[in-house]
Design a protein around this ligand. Structure first.
Ligand code: ANZ
Length: 805
């Protein structure tokens, strides 16, 4: 007989809701904060990829709850976002209503999956109670000097009418386009709020060491931060007061400098260009504007540049070298100028060859037909001759620094974070520009500064946000002065930077206690850091770096007690279409979880998604696999129709049961959710084989373990055997190690029927393990060596026979 998932799933969802089964507790010393990356509530609803990570965290949270931990397992909505804004601009509808509707759908869908979230803790980043604190955090950043207005060269997307962060821009055919929508992006100088994340670069690097994160994600963050130690060396321009500082990590090659290059945007460029070269240099500057940074740095592209007419003095020996401008030097890295050493740098090598500039080798190499970037002895380098790289760098640095020709400098690839978006649907900045030119913060007691109600959101037409149209909102009085509000809003990352703190502060949906209260601090001490955080790899550098930055600032302000927010992180793999392609609306291969829940049940979907493979792997969807998951649940259900229970242990299942408990527990602990399911399957097979009644404790404890994967069915069966719900709140079983000590047996090993060796093994060892052991025996290995193995026969616990030729 099969079970009706439709009937039992609704029944138990109602029960859990009514009984508040998964309400966060505060009764134990042990705690587990188990967190999902919260979703953007899109109009498309839940994707079949969502339940993969969500089931994984749910299994973990459920086990922890049953192990007697206080568990915080919340969900919420990353609810500001571009799609709602675009919908509003197109249709004239309010993005708030649109978002609220999508949230309804998402919540309903999540509930049908039986996740053990505490919905009292629900947060919504676009709720004024929520963004009140986002604005408060911004005010702290401002007060710390970590937020400032700068004229920055930004990525401007005309079609979206907004600036995008570097991370939101991708390359398509060498052109910059927006990550969302693939619209053209160009560089343009604009007044922007920036957050000085670079002040925290070293902290963000150092903090990675203590985290239990995938090494690939740590590596991505390290590269993104891109710490580089070197020297800024001053080159004085001949017949001018101008000094051009260059940044180099290879000061040891200074005797090989054959020219100096300034980025086209370098502020010194036009100052030093000689009058006869002004026209070509200006033309070159204009041409560069259409190029992307990636194109400029692409080493396969031919290098271009022009001579400025200026000469610069090499501070090590006074030698005069030409000064050029070339776009392979970027202005917003280090000083925007380099000393070029073609003999030992590929880019400079190509450039020097193209423009016939001198090439001087200063490190010995046999092959002078290309740039030599390896290690070797210094030559043609005066006092550095004979030294190796490290020593040479130290020696020349010491000298140049002592002579005040250079400074030791650390540079980062990490850029300050452009924090303004020209959008309506984001957090308003709590900022006022006063008539007297000063900037004021909205008083803390007046937060939140809410988005105005408006009938119609229109583009401003000026590149400003649609808020600029709403004059009553923009123009205000502030302490007797006229003032205008900032019309930009914050990027979507803002809300997701601290949502894991918001859950802790939330008492009922969107009601948050004061983040600076002692109560908040007590709660932070209880719950932080997040013990398990599961989400997509796409957030490796953006969200995870920004959130760490805010957390570190809040730590310095003594708002939070831990230096890092997320202790353990796992990236879940994607669920691909059955042909291995990415699921996408345009390909029409998206699978809707609602349909699967309807046809197979939520328990089946949950089980299938975590059983299909390791959590981290991206794997194709398979209906066969889905059917398989359902078949196994049916098998479990049928088991309860036939099994006879006894309160007296006959010890028949001692080993299988204790082995299952031990392995399931350890595997869930290690987030190996798929292999833990296999152990449950082994147990069920053993029960089916039993001819005598089964010890009821084992069966009950099996249901407890089942409940983390298939909570509805487990709850139903729990009731069926006469127990009181909820199985989800029972104590997690503990295995008895004594029952795992197995009897030993002696296994005979034959070769072509003749006894060659014997060995001891634990009773019940499987065939593969027996074969492995047998092959390791000296006597056997010698006989088999060089022969063809025709057949391997194993009779478990007894004998192995190898047939060889
Ligand atoms: C001389 C030299 C000789 C260099 C040599 C390399 C090899 P990272 O590790 O990325 O910091 N550089 C400095 N500023 C630059 C800019 N704004 N745009 C493009 N390139 C720039 O690398 C630092 C090296 O990149 C510096 O060291 C400089 O070239 C170049 F045999 O200086 B080197």
């Amino acid at each position: 007989m099969e079970f009706s998932h439709k009937k039992i799933e609704k029944k138990w969802q109602k029960y859990w809701e009514a009984k508040q089964t998964f309400k966060t507790t505060q009764n134990h010393d042990k705690k587990a904060y188990v967190l999902d990356m919260f979703p953007y509530p899109s109009a498309a609803g839940l994707h079949v990829g969502h339940p993969k990570g969500y089931t994984a965290t749910d299994v973990f949270a459920r086990m922890r709850r049953m192990q007697g931990y206080d568990v915080l397992h919340p969900i919420g909505w990353d609810a500001f976002g571009l799609p709602a804004e675009q919908f509003a601009l197109k249709t004239g509808n309010d993005p708030r209503e649109f978002t609220a509707k999508n949230i309804e759908t998402f919540r309903k869908q999540l509930k049908t999956l039986g996740f053990s979230y505490d919905y009292n803790k629900e947060v919504n980043t676009s709720d004024p109670n929520y963004y009140k604190i986002t604005q408060w955090i911004f005010e702290q950043l401002y007060k710390q000097g970590l937020a400032e207005i700068r004229n920055a060269n930004v990525n401007w997307c005309e079609e979206l009418g907004t600036v995008l962060a570097n991370e939101e821009v991708i390359q398509v055919n060498g052109k910059m386009v927006s990550d969302i929508g693939n619209f053209e992006v160009v560089k343009k100088p604009m007044r922007q709020w920036v957050l000085k994340i670079t002040n925290y670069a070293d902290r963000l690097l150092a903090g990675l060491d203590g985290l239990d994160w995938p090494s690939s994600v740590k590596e991505l963050q390290k590269n993104w931060i891109g710490r580089s130690e070197g020297l800024t060396i001053n080159f004085k321009i001949k017949d001018s007061e101008t000094i051009v500082p260059v940044f180099t990590t290879r000061a040891d090659t200074i005797f090989g400098v054959s020219y100096v290059v300034l980025a086209p945007e370098n502020e010194n460029l036009l100052k030093i260009t000689t009058p006869d070269k002004l026209k070509v240099v200006q033309e070159y500057i204009d041409n560069t504007k259409t190029k992307t940074d990636v194109e400029r740095q692409d080493n396969s592209k031919e290098k271009t540049g022009v001579f400025t007419g200026a000469m610069a003095a090499n501070p090590i020996n006074g030698e005069l070298v030409q000064v050029w401008t070339a776009d392979y030097v970027l202005n917003d890295y280090a000083t925007g100028a380099v000393m070029a050493v073609p003999a030992h740098d590929d880019r400079d090598w190509k450039f020097a060859n193209k423009y016939n500039l001198p090439i001087r080798f200063v490190i010995a190499t046999k092959d002078e037909s290309k740039a030599f970037v390896g290690e070797g002895q210094h030559i043609n380098s005066d006092f550095l001759n004979g030294l190796q790289r490290v020593e040479a760098i130290q020696t020349v640095s010491k000298k140049l620094v002592a002579e005040k020709q250079a400074e030791v400098k650390v540079n980062y690839k990490l850029r300050d974070w452009l924090f303004s978006r020209q959008r309506f649907y984001g957090e308003p900045f709590p900022i006022l520009f006063l008539e007297n030119g000063e900037i004021a913060l909205v008083d803390e007691k007046d937060l939140p500064l809410t988005l105005p109600k408006t009938d119609y959101i229109k583009p401003s037409g000026t590149g400003e946000s649609p808020l600029a149209n709403i004059k009553e909102w923009v123009n205000v009085e502030y302490k007797g002065q006229k003032a205008v509000r900032e019309t930009n809003t914050m990027p979507q990352w803002a809300g997701s930077c601290w949502y894991y703190l918001a859950y802790i502060l939330t008492t009922s949906p969107n009601e948050l206690i004061d983040i600076t209260s002692t109560e908040a601090m007590e709660l932070f001490k209880k719950w932080l850091p997040v013990d398990l955080y599961i989400g997509g790899q796409e957030h490796a550098v953006l969200h995870l770096l920004y959130a760490r930055f805010w957390h570190q600032v809040l730590f310095d302000l003594k708002v939070v007690p831990t230096p890092e927010p997320f202790q353990k992180l796992i990236n879940q793999g994607m669920i691909l279409a059955d042909n291995g392609e990415k699921m996408s609306k345009s390909k029409g291969n998206v699978i809707n979880p609602d349909e699967i829940i309807d046809s197979h049940g939520a328990d089946t979907l949950r089980l299938y998604e975590v059983f299909m493979g390791p959590l981290e792997a991206s794997l194709p969807w398979s209906y066969k696999g889905l059917d398989g998951a359902r078949k196994w649940l049916d098998r479990v259900f049928r088991m309860f129709e036939v099994v006879k229970l006894t309160t007296k242990n006959n010890h028949n299942l001692d080993f299988v049961y204790n082995d299952a408990v031990k392995k399931v527990t350890q595997m869930i602990e290690d987030c190996k959710f798929n292999t833990a399911v296999s152990q449950l399957m082994v147990f069920v097979n053993a029960v089916y084989k039993e001819t005598e009644p089964v010890y009821d404790v084992y069966i009950k404890n099996f249901l407890k373990m089942l409940s983390v994967y298939a909570p509805h069915l487990a709850e139903e069966l729990w009731e069926k055997i006469g127990e009181q719900p909820s199985v989800c709140l029972q104590a997690w079983p503990i295995h008895d190690e004594a029952k795992l000590v197995l009897d030993k047996v002696t296994i005979a090993v034959q070769i072509n029927g003749k006894l060659r060796a014997t060995f001891e093994a634990v009773k019940g060892l499987d065939k593969v393990a027996i074969l492995n052991e047998a092959k390791k025996l000296k006597n056997v290995a010698e006989q088999v060596e060089g022969k063809t193995l025709l057949k391997e026969i194993v009779v478990p616990d007894k004998i192995v026979n190898f047939v060889i030729k």
